[in-house]
Design a protein around this ligand. Structure first.
Ligand code: LLP
Length: 426
């Protein structure tokens, strides 16, 4: 008997597949495939809703992490509101049943048409620069607006996802508060809220609370706010197999509660506090399944060639992100043993950078094995593409009662031709 290496297997611990074998799922819906678990999604929504005790608290799910219509409906049922980053996200949120007043449009460098889209729908927009605030004033004088500030500090798991600080494009520099006030006055705009987002994926609350304090200092300088949006970025443990701890929410929440309550006392008026988690809500409710199609050794390196190219999951290539991997063979989860071998898990895209995992210690892989890529629900499908004219995968949902349903079909070859039905003049 091989000596087993002790690891945490997320799908086993959470009964993720509810007794359905990944093989059966792939047989029915094809590979690769995003599989979602409704119970986990609902649980994460509830954790965020209970994060603090301050009563006027709104959790705005950040749609960019995953905009599947069925998942959005569940998030809405759980009582969350939503953030949108584009008219496309607004469109799908409305289709999922969110009311305009439940949507906050955090815009960045948008056109007049995009602003008008939000204004006509009655959705509050946050302007990201003085020039965009000015444009908003021209389009909607006398209207309500929010402004995103950049408190000069940021945080995040990779420089590409640090969204505040002195070297990012986001938010209005704190030194421009008087210019903001001038524009508000000139166009008779009512500043209903201010917001920030310092960056994505923090695993301890301290930098977030520091960011909140800076934002609240700015908020003090505006008399009549209805809300302050503190941003998202709540991290999840991507290295669960090695026992990585979760973000500790209890003490973090009570510290934040205290900061907010103290501030309200000073401000003298109750306002709403919002947060904007994306990843925390959806990352862990999905396992991306794929198939091993080839095994080869090139000059000493073993490659397992799969159908999970970076058109399906871009995070490892884009940010060097780690995703735990489980292996399923003959209907069963294959556990790690002392004879695990290092392997490069790669996709089927014509680029040498198409690598899902480097030197990963896994049971020796074979053609036909199914791989489960953990924590794939956030920025997985939403960042997928048709690069190499590959078809984006389907998405299925395992319901709380254990039934499984298709919630987005796989692209078809015809889909690739969809936008050519134009008169090209030829
Ligand atoms: N609010 C704003 C204004 C944001 O820009 C973002 C994410 C969020 C909220 C949600 O952040 P979260 O809670 O999900 O960390 N594609 C990258 C992450 C990019 C995040 C961009 N902004 C990744 O896969 O790690």
């Amino acid at each position: 008997m091989e000596v087993e290496i002790l690891k945490n297997y997320f799908t086993e611990q959470t009964n993720f597949f509810k007794g359905i074998s990944p093989f059966e799922i792939i047989k029915e819906y094809g590979s690769p495939l995003y599989v979602y678990n409704e119970s986990i999604l609902r649980q994460r929504c509830r954790e965020m809703k209970n994060f603090i005790t301050y009563p006027n608290f709104s959790v705005n799910y950040s749609t960019k992490a995953n905009s599947n219509l069925e998942l959005l409906k569940i998030v809405r049922e759980e009582g969350l509101n939503a953030d949108a980053m584009s008219p496309g996200e607004i469109y799908v949120l409305l289709a999922a049943g969110f009311k305009p007043e439940q949507i906050f449009y955090i815009s960045n460098n948008v056109s007049a048409e995009e602003m008008k889209y939000a204004i006509e729908k009655g959705i509050i927009l946050s302007a990201d620069s003085l020039s965009q605030l000015e444009l908003y004033g021209k389009l909607n004088p006398g209207g309500k607006v929010a402004v995103r500030f950049n408190p000069g500090v940021g945080a995040g798991h990779h420089e590409k996802v640090v969204t505040a600080g002195k070297k990012t494009k986001f938010g209005v520099n704190m030194d421009y508060i008087s210019e903001v006030k001038e524009i508000l006055k000139r166009y008779d705009l009512k500043l209903v809220g201010i917001n920030q987002h310092i960056g994505s994926l923090f695993m301890e609350g301290k930098p977030y609370i520091e960011g909140v304090k800076s934002l609240l200092d700015i908020a003090k300088q505006f008399d009549d706010l209805e809300f302050v949006d503190l941003g998202g970025g709540f991290g999840i443990p991507y290295r669960k197999q090695e026992g990585q701890e979760r973000l500790e929410l209890k003490e973090f929440g009570s510290k934040l509660d205290q900061v907010l309550k103290d501030w309200i006392r000073e401000y003298g008026k109750d306002i709403t506090f919002k947060i904007e988690p994306g990843r925390y809500i959806v990352a862990e409710c999905s396992v991306l399944l794929g198939t091993v199609h080839s095994i080869k050794n090139n000059y000493g390196v073993t490659y397992a060639g799969t159908d999970i190219g970076f058109n399906v999951l871009a995070r490892p290539v884009m940010y060097d992100s780690h995703h735990d991997i489980e292996v399923y063979r003959e209907g069963k989860l294959l556990k790690s043993t002392e004879s695990d071998k290092p392997v490069y898990v790669v996709g089927n895209i014509c680029e040498s950078g198409d690598i899902l995992a480097k030197d990963r210690m896994l049971p020796e892989l074979k053609e036909g094995d199914i791989l489960g890529i953990m924590d794939a629900g956030a920025y997985g499908y939403s960042m997928s593409s048709n690069y190499n004219n590959r078809l984006r995968p389907a998405e299925v949902l395992i319901r709380e009662n254990g039934s499984i349903s298709l919630i987005r079909r796989r692209d078809t070859l015809e889909d690739l031709m969809r936008n050519f039905d134009v008169d090209s003049g030829a």
